[in-house]
Design a protein around this ligand. Sequence first.
Ligand code: AMP
Ligand code: MN
Ligand code: MN
Length: 314
Amino acid sequence: MKDFISQIECAGTIGITGHIHPDGDCIGSCLGLKQFIAEQYPDKQVDVYLESVGEEFLFLNEAGSVLTEPQDRAYDLFFVLDCSSEDRFEPFQDLVKKAGTVFCIDHHISNQGLGDFCTADPEASATCEVLCDLIPMDKISKACAECLYTGIVHDTGVFKHSNTTKKTMIYAGELLEKGIPHSKIIDETFFQKTYVQNLALGRALLNSRLFCDRQIICSFLSQDEMRQLGAGPADVNGIIDQLRITKGVETAVFMYTLDNGGNKVSMRSNGKVNVAVIAQEFGGGGHILAAGCTVYGSFEETMEALLPKIEEQL
Ligand code: AMP
Ligand code: MN
Ligand code: MN
């Protein structure tokens, strides 16, 4: 906490970024940190850079001020949040490289250290939980609490995943006490789906196949299918979770093709399989029960590469 506060205090200009295809924890942690700095140190200039912010998160304070294009600037201090490697904060690498000091805050087990200071706690449910460790609770305003609560809700699957601990719940309770609209946050950012998101989920479920004695479920959405549905990366976020809760399934895999031709692979485990290890073998990373990577080739080839690695652990 000492380094965190002292680095902020000695910086005039501060940049913040998170990973590509930002999720609730990434957006919540970036906006929550900006909110804290802007309120406590009004003389500092703070900018958040993210690829995009999903519509459901636009109610968060400062969401409208997020910069989506990199700028040619050298910030005194740059925070990299919810991110474990350089290829994950594209296209903002140059901004991070040019910064005087880089401070990483994360909770991925695959984080091997990044920047001048790195607080990566794999025991924490979310980067927003790590921020609750770093920011004194009495300095967290209602607006900041909304951001941090959103991140914890998303990375714990609404306090359901095994990463939810007593500490997570204590922080969530303290954030709740700030008077945040907690039901609205859960309903409107987590459970609510647009019509297009529901269509994408339906198509992905129809495309799914079972392997290895029905213990592995795999599905995909092709570029053509995504185009026909009018669906983008933000519309396929919850699909992997629906696949994972299929009765009897140990590991779920979902993939779709990125603009660069690679397949964005998401993997989830119900306990037996460590998917972080598999994702890391393919240049990705994540957590033991939730990880991702990008694999080049057809869906069939990608599955043929992944399946034996999962089977090995079953
Ligand atoms: P996802 O399947 O994209 O929801 O990701 C599951 C978890 O793995 C998240 O915590 C991600 O931040 C992490 N993750 C996904 N893809 C990668 C990657 N290519 N490199 C490192 N971590 C990743
Ligand atoms: Mn994330
Ligand atoms: Mn996270």
